[in-house]
Ligand binder design. Sequence first.
Ligand SMILES: Cc1ncc(COP(=O)(O)O)c(C=O)c1O
Length: 391
Amino acid sequence: MLPYARQNVSEEDIAAVVAVLRSDFLTQGPAIPHFERSVAERCGARHAVAVSSATAGLHLAGIALGLAPGRSLWTSPNTFVASANCARYCGADVDFVDVEADSGNMAVDALAVKLERAARANRMPTVLVPVHFAGLPCDMAEIAELARAHGVAVVEDAAHALGATYRGGPVGDGRFSECTVLSFHAVKIATTGEGGVILTNRDDLAARLRRLRTHGITREPSELMAPTEGAWGYEQVELGYHYRLTDIQAALGTSQLERLPEFLRRRRELAARYDRLLGGLPVRVPARRPDRESSWHLYPILLERAQGPRGRAEVFAALRAAGIGVNVHYIPVYLQPYYRQLGFKTGDFPGAEARYAATLTLPLYYGLTDSQQDEVVAALGRALCREERVL
Ligand SMILES: Cc1ncc(COP(=O)(O)O)c(C=O)c1O
């Protein structure tokens, strides 16, 4: 089975990990700040805080920006559950902003309407989490302007978007948000196995995030409530978590980051190739925008005639039977049983539901060969023909 995504680990990556295994520190050692500096430099951010996952990063960002019971976070329904769950961990409420039909990203017009309504009802969210779906950056200038006008903090969920660019700058450089969260999970652009990074330009936020990822403990003299009795001294000044990355993971991450330009080049090449090869089929290829470049974490197409869950399910099953590991991104988060029991229901966000009914993610990863990609397109063509005969 060709997977929809797959890591690529080189001999250099393995050597970097082995070097840490032979060193003095498996965790809390020098590989972590080294990794953090590499990510911060690549993404143009002042600070990078490495954590155990993007989910942990979103949770800590939520705490640091004031999410708590009685407050709320808004995100896209077209995302992985983690983008919303981070608010629930803080005891805050979650709501969603519908998405654009073509890109699957948060729609600026839907956001504007919803913010106006919230302002009238005096129920503004505390945090807004736009998700750069599949690696294509959202309309960040417009989103940031709306959020700023209403006093809402923005956290970019860039789990898919390491290496993406928007209006001449890298995603993560902090032009449009308080912080940006990256994922280094194995299926992402570059990996640490599991892992995440929070990027921010704010010194205060970076210091708080570093403390929160390690139990709320500090050794910084300026943060201590009382003078230390000796060099062993530390204080737990708030309730934090154990969300650290290990040096083993950080070493893999630094080595992978050196390969990022090559990863991105091949992903972009494969995406352009899919666009060409799919030209004759009744599908819509992923949206592009002239002022930004996707990192191409995913290649989600929309089936034009096979609308509806039955038609898509048949195409999906035929491709899986042919050994093509297609996937579906995403079941709208609010349709999950957990969110339904909080009051959400089918029909709440029609844009996300329409996309979900028609979408299919084709395999896309650094190691996918041209001939494997040809195979995917041929199998898709066969599946679409068969599905048309059945309908
Ligand atoms: C959009 C989005 N946000 C957040 C996450 C959570 O990432 P992690 O697995 O690193 O916690 C994912 C994971 O797939 C994701 O796709």
